[in-house]
Design a protein around this ligand. Sequence first.
Ligand code: HEM
Length: 395
Amino acid sequence: MTDPTQDPRFLQDPYPTYAVMRSKCPVQAVPTGSGGHTGYLVTGHAEAREALGDARLSKDTAAFFSDKGSRRRLHPAVAHTMLASDPPRHTRLRKLVTKAFTTGAVAELRPFITRVTDELLDRWPIGERFDFVAGLAIPLPVIVICELLGVPEDDRTDVRRWSGELFAAGRPDIIDTASQAMADYMTGLVAARRLRPGGSLLDRLIAARDGDDDCLNEDELVSLAVLLLVAGHETTTHFLSNAVLALLRHPDGLNRLREDPDEIPAALDELLRFDSPVSTATFRFTTEAVTLGGTDIPAGVPVLIGLGAANRDPEQFPSPDRLDLDRDTTAHLGFGHGIHRCVGAPLAKAEAEIALRAVLARFPALRLAVPPGQLAWRRTRLVRGPESLPLFAQA
Ligand code: HEM
């Protein structure tokens, strides 16, 4: 069985491959690359939505690996996160997080996001090349999540490094060391915040533990803090860079948002649909045999739900390869769907809105500094985004 997603051209532009796969069969067997397992890749929108809502598909990664007899033991901080849990544990964790992570908490962060965005953009040398990924898209989300969690400024470089390493696909040794370091750090941070509570999200999560019967235990607190960092970092990085790249390649859209920046919030969902950061796949595991999109899938195998592929399904989004700021995007799956739908979506959107407003306002003449074909893309199955995005701006 060949894996079309390993073709080098796929990294540059995966959508033609997805289109061919979808037209043959919207749910098909592929090698997963993890322990030699065969998995099933979902490329159709209806099938992806169905899979995301199907309780027979589990998120319990630790249970899957132990059933498969894998000797790899995931650290509790990554093995039992909310995102790697099924109900009833997931329901309980999610309830406590949504209590603490409110829209009010995101609104309070907006002035901070604006200040950090301005500080980062002040370093952009006018008339010279600027790497948008290293200069803004990587630091902004991690600084914002660190602020949200109350991570002191001096520790943010370490946190950023571990977070990047957790995403380093294909190197279990690096991932294990980074998750251990991150979990140790977060354990210390939780202990410190207990002694001197503040007003951060972490403090609210600790209070949810202490002040409520339905509380978070120590492992759950630590794993939640790690999850927020990991889930909220690279996804948002690639949202920002993919959105800027998409606009640069669609000058009509760019000019429209430049002329009326108040259209930016409404444009974010189409930008997310067009080039989704969680693109190739989010995972589930079958707990029993299921039939999805006419394909029989046995029990105990990974199902890779291609959110990026689903978001380009012409059955759902006519002319899907066109960035269309007027289209109805309510059904896009960029933030997932169902019980695991992204809890950080309002925060990610606030960051993207503020960053796009600032970039468009500051730089009336903005262009790619290299031909699009020369951009290097991240080599991971989890997220999709360029390694770097060299831009050239004139004031
Ligand atoms: C879940 C995408 C930003 C925290 C998810 C899922 C997706 C997603 C697709 C569901 C995965 C699945 O069902 O398997 C994104 C994208 C983002 C983003 C594209 C940026 C544009 C954030 C941010 C945070 C965050 C900023 C937090 C600070 C989470 C958490 C979950 C999650 C905690 C797990 C929810 C659960 O299991 O119930 N995200 N995310 N995300 N996201 Fe995000």
